[in-house]
Design a protein around this ligand. Structure first.
Ligand SMILES: [Mn+2]
Length: 303
């Protein structure tokens, strides 16, 4: 990855189970994410926050909870990402819940025809809203990107579906989670390279290499690569910061850092998305400091 980073805060919990992660951009600034990046030799400018949305309860029977607010935020994200990318910077989009990532993809597609996404996440996020028990949109981002879910969120960009299967790779998901995993959806898309949390724990370097190769395959040498990192890819026994905890699944924090470092060092990285940190889980900030260290370590390893 080359070029100056542009920190874009996205203070939203609209797509989540409850409020809290809307506070992450401000708290991560307080914990020194930007100054620690600069100290590590990573140039970064603060592009401010887009207007956020705080979670609120929706109707009991709502199929896609808070969809209007989720879409408003995703559109703002797309605009900010397009602006920073056209200015020659690499957006570092700091959420906020995972429904911001379709916004990042849609924004970058206004600048580069071929956007590819490395999705490092404790969940596959392959559910359509109707298939979840909750209607919480956080677990549906990948389904929206691939056109499996068809709400307004899937249609915020110039194309539909936003991504073809070969433009996406999934790393670190929990294949036992029925609300977000869908084996049939993956089986129907053999060109989508993926590795669950168990495989990522066992062979992080091999999984990373296969993901990178896939992202450059099929004419992807000049593609714009987005790296998405949901903190719930990390086992909550190690670093319990995720909005929705993942105890006993995911990978150790050190493995996540290693995988991200490998992805971010690759050519073509055009945006980075950080999601699902809920600062209310960590009143004294010690876990947040470890998170900042993990992210800075990964970003400082770029080529
Ligand atoms: Mn996620």
């Amino acid at each position: 990855m080359q070029g100056e980073l542009a920190f874009i805060g996205v203070p939203t919990s609209a797509g989540a189970h409850h409020a809290g992660q809307d506070r992450a951009p401000a708290v991560l600034r307080e914990r020194g994410l930007l100054s620690r990046l600069r100290s590590a030799g990573v140039p970064v400018t603060d592009s401010g926050d887009v207007a956020g949305e705080v979670w609120s309860p929706d109707a009991v029977g709502a199929a896609a909870r808070n969809i209007a607010a989720v879409v408003r935020v995703a559109r703002r994200v797309a605009d900010a990402v397009e602006r920073e990318s056209r200015a020659g910077r690499v957006p570092l989009v700091v959420g906020g819940d995972c429904t911001i990532t379709p916004g990042v993809v849609a924004g970058l597609q206004r600048v580069n025809d071929d956007v590819r996404l490395a999705y490092v996440d404790g969940d596959a996020d392959l559910s359509s809203p109707e298939r979840t028990r909750s209607g919480v949109l956080d677990a549906t981002g990948v389904a929206h990107l691939l056109g499996i879910a068809d709400t307004e969120l899937a249609r915020i960009g110039a194309r539909h579906p936003l991504l073809a299967a070969h433009q996406l790779t999934l790393l670190g998901y929990d294949a036992t989670d029925r609300d977000s995993y869908d084996a049939a959806a993956l089986a129907a898309r053999p060109e989508l390279v993926h590795a669950d949390d168990r495989r990522l724990r066992e062979d992080p370097d091999g999984c990373t290499a296969r993901a990178l190769a896939a992202l450059r395959d099929r004419g992807g040498r000049d593609a714009a690569v987005v790296v998405h990192f949901d903190i719930d890819a990390v086992d909550s026994r190690d670093l319990p910061l995720a909005n929705f905890p993942h105890y006993g699944t995911g990978v150790p924090a050190e493995t996540a850092r290693r995988v991200l470092r490998g992805l971010l060092a690759a050519p073509g990285v055009a945006a980075v998305v950080l999601t699902e940190v809920n600062p209310t889980h960590d009143p004294d900030g010690a876990l947040l400091d470890r998170y900042v260290e993990l992210v800075v370590g990964a970003l400082a390893g770029r080529a």
